[in-house]
Write a protein of this length. Structure first.
Ligand code: AQP
Length: 328
């Protein structure tokens, strides 16, 4: 079982990234043969960014992943731009990607509407590069949050069209979206997902957030005018807190509803804040130890890239051969 996933180096990662994706990476590292995790800096340049910041953010993200439990000896952890096969495969796959399909991508529509200066062609091609990331490793399984469902479907379509056109070269992957916590919602607007670019500060909790701020943000989370700690229509805020509590305490949402039956929202929120603080504390502490050592993080990423390159190069050789590209 080969596992692959990518994460953007877009600054401080939030609780949604951790619960929806990073938790799944850690779980996958001993099932994966191998499990391959990529910090996708080439995806991050599709919207406006600051070059010096991008370099730092790659180290931030690497340290965060290791602090969360990824062990570079048990998985492959690397920076996307260090393995040039990703960009070459992106171009080759663009020839079997329907323009109309890219036009339908929700993420492109949302992010292009938010761009003030330039809607880059890179933002439009983002899902093709993502397909290349996954398909370069012939991954069977891709752990992601719910917002990546549509991109994963496109990746599958691209692989299927490629194989139908050029022969059976690529593996058609399955997504692995967690049953609980696949879409952690914004604390201030629980009808929208917690997001790096669109949530306001009070709406998201960072993985390295200090405990006072966690308590403050959860206590001021928007809920409804009712009084029952239950999931259901019109109860987006409480449903979100129930999922957060369930994941961070390792229980089911039904357990949470039973545990807090008859209790007030205020007491429930205090319990959620404590659970989140307990969940994130070891990650934050380990992150503080790891993050200062840029050289060690760079060495880890470079070693990961060397291993990743070998796997991707083998796929690229097959793809080029099948497509009649390059010398025979
Ligand atoms: N709210 C979320 N709940 C659960 N999972 C989520 N993910 C993102 N948001 C949530 C999952 O996190 C992984 C990494 O996402 P990314 O590489 O897109 O990182 P990002 O750009 O910093 O995160 P955002 O918040 O998703 O940014 P925006 O909203 O600006 O695009 C993915 O597997 C994703 O599903």
């Amino acid at each position: 079982m080969r596992i692959f996933s990518g994460i953007q180096p877009t600054g401080r990662k939030h609780l949604g990234n951790h619960i929806g994706a990073i938790r799944g990476y850690v779980e996958g590292q001993d099932r994966g043969d191998p499990a391959i995790y990529c910090i996708v800096d080439l995806h991050a340049i599709t919207v406006s960014y600051e070059p010096a910041e991008l370099r730092r953010y790659v180290y931030d993200t690497a340290a965060m992943l290791i602090a969360s439990g990824l062990d570079p000896d048990r998985c492959i952890l690397f920076r996307q731009s260090d393995v040039r096969e990703h960009t070459e495969l992106c171009w080759l796959l663009a020839s079997v990607t329907a323009h109309g399909d890219l036009n339908r991508m929700h993420q492109f529509k949302e992010k292009s509407a938010r761009q003030r200066e330039l809607v880059s062609a890179g933002l439009f091609l983002y899902p093709v590069l993502q397909a290349a990331d996954v398909l370069a490793y012939r991954a069977d399984e891709v752990p992601v949050g719910d917002d990546q469902r549509q991109h994963l479907e496109l990746t599958r379509d691209v692989a299927i069209r490629f194989n139908a056109t050029y022969g059976d070269v690529l593996t058609v992957p399955e997504h692995r979206i967690p049953a609980v916590g696949a879409r952690i919602m914004d604390l201030q607007d629980p009808t929208a997902k917690m997001s790096t670019t669109s949530s306001e500060e009070r709406g998201r909790i960072y993985v390295d957030e200090d405990e006072k701020a966690i308590v403050k943000k959860i206590k001021s989370a928007v809920t409804d005018s009712g009084a029952e700690v239950r999931r259901g229509p019109g109860k987006d805020g409480i449903s979100n807190l129930i999922e957060i509590y369930a994941v961070t305490r390792g229980v089911t949402p039904e357990d949470v509803e039973r545990e807090f039956d008859g209790q007030r929202y205020g007491d429930f929120k205090a319990a959620v804040a404590e659970a989140v603080a307990d969940y994130l504390r070891p990650v934050r502490e380990r992150y503080a130890e790891l993050r200062p050592d840029d050289a060690a993080l760079e060495a880890t990423l470079a070693a990961g890239a060397a291993r990743a390159r070998d796997l991707a190069a083998a796929t690229l050789a097959d793809v080029r051969h099948a497509m009649g590209v390059g010398a025979p």
